[in-house]
Design a protein around this ligand. Structure first.
Ligand code: NAG
Ligand code: NAG
Ligand code: NAG
Ligand code: NAG
Ligand code: NAG
Ligand code: NAG
Length: 429
């Protein structure tokens, strides 16, 4: 009696929450000798309070799950909370399977989309080109993006594929059962390369919209996929391999007196990384991302981000932030997405900067001996032009010393060590 009452109460409270979208990606891990495969799925769920939720099996054999859930970020006025779930599944074979997440309701929106539903197709069969299981495109998104109705803005969503596939975006559709109510906002145009363009629209279109997209990876040439039982299928450059959903709220706010960035809408400043920039960091070493923005009419209030749940944010001043993420040993070789916007306010209005995203690839710890205790670390990115071909050896033994000498000559105290993390030689004539 008391148990059923408790269940009713729990159902009641979960229905009171309002949905602001989700996104899910996966990373194949070990294949065991008995043929079973371990896969890590990382998903974000966005609600108007910090609720947790797990994905259920829709088709195929989805195996057993062990799940960790944590808060990624919350909007300060309580508009949203993003949670991340890290789900480790052990499946008996590498056969494809689908997971889904559904319920009600989306937050109030102009399209009258109420019920929500998202579906992922996990493809773990071995690819003939890499000899490994397929990895899904990697992306993330903030729960709510906003733009004034009289401004233009392009949102170039992060669409990174670790296998080098072509990533294509499209609206989720009802025929494939990818959404509950599949109405796309009419004035947001989506390119296949995952850019959403907003152009000034009439004030009658102001309000919230549910955006429900699918991201798919297409091989650049025909490959075959091999299952544990040795059966094979072909995938040409017209066939997608995996399918992931990306859903969020897009809000059209009332018109702003000027769309020029740096007045009402925050303007992003250096050294903020460029959108879609590829960064890398070693295991157990914190990656630091500096983010700066300014606004002269409105007041910058906060940094909003989406990334791994153990990403910390530090506020140095209004409009001056650092995001810090330290990958662990089991994340070596993985690429993790981080997206952010800077938000400002003026009386009751909120204004967002452009959306920027980066992808962070985790490299193994190459330091032979434990690294000495350091007070601080700075990551430098340099482009070096050389008349002779530079090897990694030459970089380590000669060029690093030359850079060190130059930095000291320019006034840096000499008590620092310069270390090479990543070297990408490009051929010269
Ligand atoms: C396969 O091997 C893994 C790792 O040893 C084990 O955890 C799993 O239970 C095994 N699966 C089956 C179906 O026996
Ligand atoms: C998965 O869970 C089921 C039911 O709890 C259990 O019988 C089975 O042994 C588990 N399989 C693995 C591989 O852990
Ligand atoms: C949404 O519902 C309202 C109220 O029922 C209605 O006026 C409006 O036309 C609907 N909008 C759409 C896009 O169906
Ligand atoms: C798939 O590739 C993994 C790693 O390369 C290997 O261990 C596994 O045996 C392969 N499985 C099949 C079915 O080819
Ligand atoms: C935005 O709207 C305001 C007032 O409606 C107008 O004065 C301003 O010029 C508009 N800005 C742009 C870029 O259209
Ligand atoms: C604007 O942002 C500041 C700083 O976060 C906050 O204290 C203030 O309450 C916000 N004002 C409104 C109207 O949201």
């Amino acid at each position: 009696m008391s148990l059923s009452l408790l269940l009713l109460l729990m159902v009641g409270s979960s229905q009171a929450e309002h949905f602001l979208g989700t996104v899910i990606t996966y990373y194949p891990k070990d294949t065991f000798t008995n043929g079973s495969v371990q896969v890590v799925l990382r998903y974000k769920t966005n609600f108007n309070s910090c609720g947790t939720l797990s994905w259920a099996c829709l088709s195929g054999v989805c195996g057993n799950e062990s799940l960790v859930q944590n808060t990624v970020d919350t909007e300060s006025s309580g508009e949203w909370c993003q949670q991340e779930g890290k789900s480790t599944r052990l499946v008996p074979t590498n056969a494809p399977f689908q997971l889904h997440l559904d319920g009600g309701n989306w937050i109030g929106n102009i399209q009258n989309v109420t019920g929500w539903k998202a579906v992922i197709l996990v493809e773990l069969r071995n690819r003939s080109d890499t000899g490994k299981a397929n990895t899904s495109p990697q992306t993330t998104i903030l729960p709510l993006l906003r733009v004034p109705s009289n401004c233009s803005r392009d949102f170039n969503l992060l669409a990174f594929d670790p296998d080098g596939d072509e990533v294509v975006c499209r609206h989720a559709n009802a025929v494939n059962n990818e959404c509950e109510v599949c109405t796309a906002p009419s004035f947001l145009s989506l390119s296949s390369s995952c850019s959403l363009s907003f152009r000034p629209t009439s004030s009658s279109n102001e309000g919230s919209y549910a955006v429900q997209l699918m991201m798919e990876d297409f091989p650049r040439q025909t490959i075959s996929l091999t299952q544990t039982d040795s059966s094979q299928v072909q995938r040409s450059d017209h066939d997608s391999i995996s399918k992931i959903p990306i859903q969020f709220v897009f809000r059209v706010d009332s018109a702003v007196p000027s769309c020029t960035e740096g007045l009402y809408l925050p303007r992003v400043l250096p050294p903020t990384p460029a959108n879609r920039e590829q960064l890398s960091t070693q295991v157990n070493q914190p990656l630091e991302i500096s983010i700066k923005a300014e606004a002269s009419v409105s007041s910058i209030s906060e940094l909003l981000f989406s990334g791994p749940y153990n990403t910390d944010q530090e506020t140095l001043a209004a409009g001056d932030y650092v995001l810090r993420w330290t990958p662990s040993e089991d994340e070596v070789g993985e690429s993790h997405p981080i997206c952010f916007v800077v938000q400002a306010n003026l009386s009751s209005m909120k204004y967002q900067s452009e959306l920027r995203c980066v992808i962070v690839t985790v490299t193994p710890d190459t330091t032979a001996s434990p690294s000495p205790v350091t007070n601080s670390q700075i990551f430098l990115k340099m482009r070096i032009k050389s008349a002779v071909v530079l090897s990694e050896e030459v970089m380590r033994n000669t060029v690093l010393q030359q850079i060190t000498d130059e930095l000291v000559k320019r006034g840096l105290p000499g008590n620092f060590t310069l270390r090479l993390i990543n070297f990408n030689p490009t051929t010269t004539e």
